[in-house]
Ligand binder design. Structure first.
Ligand code: FAD
Length: 569
């Protein structure tokens, strides 16, 4: 079908408005930009277009609509077309796709998706917020009925109907990142039996492998089948109905429905065709005011490349918080203010069947990829509140910091309660260029049911300070099979018997003061306990008696995670 382009722009200029601002994409970044701009500028005409049937809907709520946690679809609609018009005098065209940009004439061609008709819309200023599209690999079967990606409300409607109409009992989620895991949780709410197929050897790729172990154990305990280190080869129809997901290994996973959640790709087609500068990570290049290589065009959200404040490298980060803030920055810039976007640090959280996983800043593998070597790390496993108050639950926490400055580089945490609170505190410290000393000193809420007088955040800072000032040198778990050091386990004998490091000797902390002379002074001694605390006490004692002692941070709990992650032979 070919459609005529109407050369007459519908945009007959309103003589009372100073300029026409056209926004492509009316959800997180686009809608924030439109609303903020109106608050700053009553005189511009603002038109927002979206190819979908809605603007300003809660993409982040979509998995929970599939899971029936949100049962009323209307709850996903944050603001309607009518509200934009009545409250903000912002015009909205839905079911309208921008298909090309003529930068010279300052027009875009738009297609009415209902009629197929094209027409031109004039702009003085154009804002692009088209988001990122789920990746659909060009593999056999990915277009079969019953294979879904999750991006829009209509997508979730189709998944809901499929579950009901087909009486779906089994699902395969391809991809174990945020969206994949949220879909796992919600399909389990719908009482489906779920398998994850993930190409990497871990779920939640932003985490360091050992930090993903508690999550993987939790998923397994909840009955989720994990097929890790295995990619998608194809999807086939099953005799008698249903699908089979065939993995690269040849494994065949039957499924009544398949969710593809293997990542997203910035929707840069419009920008590329218009000759806007695209960066090495595949996103539109923007300056700190979110302006593209064309001075009349701004871009925000999942489609842009932004600077990672920790590594200094360009990155794409498809998250709602940055998209919203960038929309606001673009509006301020369009309104003539000097506001700048300060970059991203990848603060994120996901809840999976009761477990919370959160992270901020760089991971250890990210630092290594970026060529950063002058950093250290500590692991700790404190309770989420004071141990004497009933119900304390462990948080597994890893903190990365620069050496010798102690600048906080990143943190990851996994646990049941209080996880995101700790990561948010550390994220805020990072935003202020904070150091581990700031974490040690942070004055945080404390009453027994909420935290501890030394909150996990304080403890992380104190441990890191001890490393920096030489009070507690740490040994690297990844060296444990190669080291010539004596491995000393200072737990009690019964704990040691239940499991210990290969080649470790046992001298419990309770006997150390009377027996320490048995230890060699001419070798490094790497000290291990359950979570790192007794090993710290032992390290301090031994160092003050002339021994070369280092703590194996995080203790046997961390060893087990490092081992389970396959990081040790
Ligand atoms: P979007 O919000 O995706 O909006 C882009 C809009 O542009 C779309 O409506 C699209 O139809 C429209 N469009 C594209 N091209 C055109 C065109 N040519 N013409 C007209 N319209 C066009 N982030 C979090 O931080 N936390 C979460 O918990 C979270 N959960 C998520 C769950 C799901 C299922 C999904 C899909 C995303 C989730 N995200 C989450 C990511 C977050 O939603 C995005 O980062 C954010 O919405 C990006 O905003 P954006 O404005 O760049 O794009």
């Amino acid at each position: 079908m070919s459609h005529q382009t109407d050369p007459q722009s519908t945009a007959l200029r309103n003589p009372e408005t100073s300029r026409r601002v056209l926004i492509v994409g009316g959800v997180a970044g686009g809608a924030s930009c439109a609303a903020r701009l109106r608050r700053l500028d009553e005189s511009s005409e603002i038109l927002m277009i979206d190819r979908g049937p809605y603007v300003s809907f809660a993409n982040c709520g979509l998995p929970y609509y599939v899971g029936n946690v949100i049962s009323d679809e209307r709850r996903l609609l944050v603001a309607s077309r009518e509200l934009f018009h009545e409250r903000f005098n912002i015009d909205v065209l839905t079911d309208t796709e921008a298909t090309s940009i003529d930068r010279g004439a300052r027009t875009i061609t738009v297609r009415d998706m209902r009629t197929g008709n094209n027409r031109l819309e004039h702009y003085d200023i154009l804002v692009l917020s088209p988001g990122a599209a789920p990746i659909r690999p060009a593999l056999p079967g990915v277009e079969l009925p019953g294979v879904f990606a999750v991006r829009t409300i209509p997508d979730t409607r189709r998944i809901r109907s499929w579950i009901v109409e087909r009486g779906a009992k089994t699902a395969v989620v391809v991809g174990g990142g945020f969206i994949g895991l949220e879909m796992v949780e919600n399909l389990i709410h719908r009482e489906l039996s779920v398998a994850i197929l993930e190409k990497l050897s871990q779920v939640m790729p932003p985490l360091d492998a050992e930090m993903a172990v508690p999550l993987m154990e939790h998923l397994s305990a909840k009955g989720v089948q994990l097929h890790l280190g295995d990619g998608l080869a194809r999807i086939e129809e099953r005799d008698g109905g249903g699908l089979v997901v065939v993995a690269e290994s040849g494994a065949r996973l039957p499924a009544d429905l398949v969710i593809l959640a293997i990542g997203v790709r910035p929707e840069t087609m419009l920008a590329k065709d218009a000759g806007l500068k695209i960066g090495p990570r595949g996103g539109i290049v923007v300056d700190p005011q979110m302006r593209t290589s064309d001075p009349n065009i701004w871009a925000v959200g999942d489609v842009v490349e932004v600077q990672d404040v920790l590594t200094g490298q360009e990155t794409v980060l498809p998250l709602a918080g940055p998209a919203n803030r960038q929309g606001r920055v673009a509006a301020e810039s369009i309104a003539g203010r000097a506001t700048q976007f300060r970059g991203v640090q990848a603060t994120a959280v996901v809840g999976v069947l009761g477990l919370t996983v959160a992270s901020t800043g760089a991971s250890e593998k990210g630092l290594r990829r970026a060529g950063v070597t002058s950093f250290e790390k500590v692991y700790l496993h404190p309770g989420h509140h004071a141990g004497y108050y009933p119900g304390a639950r462990q948080i597994h926490l890893k903190l990365l910091f620069s050496v010798p400055e102690g600048r906080i580089l990143g943190a990851q945490a996994v646990g049941f309660e209080g996880v995101e609170k700790r990561i948010d505190v550390i994220a805020t410290a990072i935003q202020f260029n904070g150091t581990v000393h700031d974490l040690a000193e942070a004055e945080l809420c404390y009453a027994p049911q909420f935290g501890a007088a030394k909150d996990p955040v304080n403890l992380a800072g104190m441990l890191a300070e001890n490393v920096l000032n030489g009070d507690m040198p740490v040994a690297d778990w990844l060296e444990i099979d190669r080291t010539g050091a004596l491995l000393l386990d200072v737990r009690e004998a019964d704990e040691f018997t239940r499991g210990h490091l290969p080649k470790a000797i046992n001298l419990p902390l309770s006997q150390l003061r009377s027996r320490y002379v048995e230890l060699p002074k001419d070798r490094d001694i790497w000290v291990c306990c359950a979570v790192g605390q007794r090993a710290y006490f032992a390290t301090r004692f031994l160092m003050q008696h002339g021994y070369r002692s280092l703590n194996l941070s995080g203790g046997y709990a961390t060893y087990q995670a490092v081992k389970a992650a396959g990081l040790l032979p």
